[in-house]
Design a binder for this molecule. Structure first.
Ligand code: 9WN
Length: 454
């Protein structure tokens, strides 16, 4: 156990102080046209982090928020794919770096510059665009006009992104997005992927490279026990190698890569983001509203088809057709996609607040853990295997609000702000002690604080 004092003894910030410090963190991590995810551990732009960061920045400046999305979309592939990492030039502190991905070299659809990874992350960008436009409604006329124009200008890229996902990541039209790597889910080492990762076996000649993440975390005083294990990391690296050999071509990857999962949480977020973008299209008179509503319907249905009688959703192993039921936060996907009948929605909210989840009597803050403490896979310090992640709290608060579950949303919002009052803006938190874990300051944590306070 680390010597970090528990939340009970650490100084607590007022709400105004949280907002001021969160804005300060984002300014410190700002590199001009992008905000690094976390200066030491993740010194580049990450796709879904950028969306959350843009939502937070929108509370300070809608113009700067849009710059974030413009930078990300500026790295879009010809296929419409938005890469999970946009590399900042000259930064060598993260592995796998640009030379390992080699996207620009092996794939004609990838940009040569900026260098990017060859994966995706959960498509929450449409949610960010909606929130930026909402924030612009309250801004001075010139800022509002500028925001509207810039959203119009990025619209073809947003549509291309959603089209890419609907066509290339769900060619069988199940309403579920295919992922080829746990990194694509954003919940890298979640127990969701334990079973499918058993089939990921690096070739005997594969030489794993140095783990820069452990070095960076060590410098921050964090322990290796907070990160995915070495055994998992070799598989992560091997999957990158498999994808590179497939030249990041979706049709080839579907045949050759040893991990192919239907990700229920990303699918729910895709449904929600499509719906949000459709409202933007309506408001600004842009094309594609019907198409987006079509995606929202299809993916909502896909998510709900995996739900059990309590509304709890599951991933599907597309290599075997097996439904993989795990006690992870992804099970609450229907609260994000919407569409559950009122009985099952109630049941799902009751599960969320039960002692197996947020309501565990030992928790420092009644927030969703990444994995249920009642699961045998639960680990309170290790990454997505137990700790509480502020962006995940944000998503569930947002989903609850959209589902009309205001009371629960409010309780979670209070708990989330209470957690963030430590002023550390950590990547994730120990559910029992409230101890900050992982990278710090983490940009998306600061960003969700700003949005929650708005
Ligand atoms: C791999 C940046 C990202 C987040 C992910 C989180 C972590 C990367 C890593 O950091 O993943 O993409 O190196 O561990 O799991 O959700 O986007 O903050």
């Amino acid at each position: 156990m680390s010597a970090t004092p528990s939340t009970r003894t650490r100084a607590r910030l007022t709400r105004t102080q949280i907002a001021a410090r969160a804005a300060y963190v984002l300014a410190g991590n700002d590199r001009g046209r992008l905000t690094v995810a976390a200066p030491q551990l993740y010194p580049h732009m990450w796709s879904w982090d950028a969306a959350f960061i843009a939502m937070g920045l929108a509370r300070v400046s809608t113009g700067r928020a849009l710059t974030e999305l413009e930078t990300l979309l500026g790295a879009q592939w010809r296929t419409g794919m938005v890469p999970h990492i946009v590399f900042t030039e000259g930064e060598t502190g993260y592995e796998p770096g640009p030379h390992r991905w080699a996207c620009g070299r092996v794939c004609p659809d990838a940009p040569r510059r900026p260098a990017t990874s060859g994966l995706i992350q959960p498509p929450v960008h449409g949610v960010a665009v909606r929130r930026i436009l909402d924030a612009a409604h309250g801004a001075p006329a010139a800022e509002r006009r500028d925001a509207t124009e810039r959203i119009r200008a990025m619209w073809p890229r947003l549509l291309a992104w959603h089209r890419y996902l609907a066509e290339r990541r769900d060619p069988e039209r199940r309403g579920l997005l295919t992922i080829y790597h746990g990194w694509e889910s954003g919940l890298d080492d979640s127990p969701r992927w334990d079973a499918p990762y058993k089939n990921v076996v690096p070739a005997p000649e594969f030489v794993p490279f140095r783990r820069a993440d452990l070095h960076a975390l060590g410098a921050l005083g964090g322990a290796a026990a907070q990160r995915p294990s070495d055994a998992e990391y070799v598989k992560y690296q091997w999957l990158v190698e498999e994808l590179r050999r497939a030249r990041y071509d979706d049709a080839t990857a579907r045949r050759t890569v040893s991990f192919r999962m239907a990700d229920v949480l990303s699918s729910a977020l895709f449904a929600a983001a499509s719906e949000e973008l459709a409202t933007v299209a309506d408001e600004l008179g842009l094309s594609g509203a019907e198409e987006l509503i079509g995606y929202a319907d299809r993916f909502r249905r896909g998510v709900l088809e995996t739900a059990d009688d309590r509304g709890f959703a599951a991933d599907v192993d597309l290599r075997t057709g097996e439904v993989i039921r795990t006690q992870t936060v992804a099970g609450f996907a229907p609260l994000l996609s919407g569409g559950l009948d009122p009985d099952r929605r109630r049941a799902l909210v009751e599960t969320l607040v039960s002692a197996d989840w947020c309501g565990h009597p030992g928790f420092a803050h009644a927030l969703p853990p990444s994995t249920s403490p009642s699961s045998s896979a639960f680990d309170p310090v290790r990454y997505w295997r137990g700790p509480q992640w502020p962006p995940m709290s944000w998503l569930l608060i947002w989903g609850l609000e959209r589902s009309g579950e205001q009371e629960t949303a409010l309780a979670l919002r209070e708990a989330a702000l209470d957690q963030l009052a430590d002023g550390v803006f950590a990547e994730y938190y120990h559910p029992f002690t409230g101890e900050p874990l992982g990278a710090r300051p983490q940009s998306w944590t600061a960003a969700v604080a700003l949005d929650l306070l708005a």
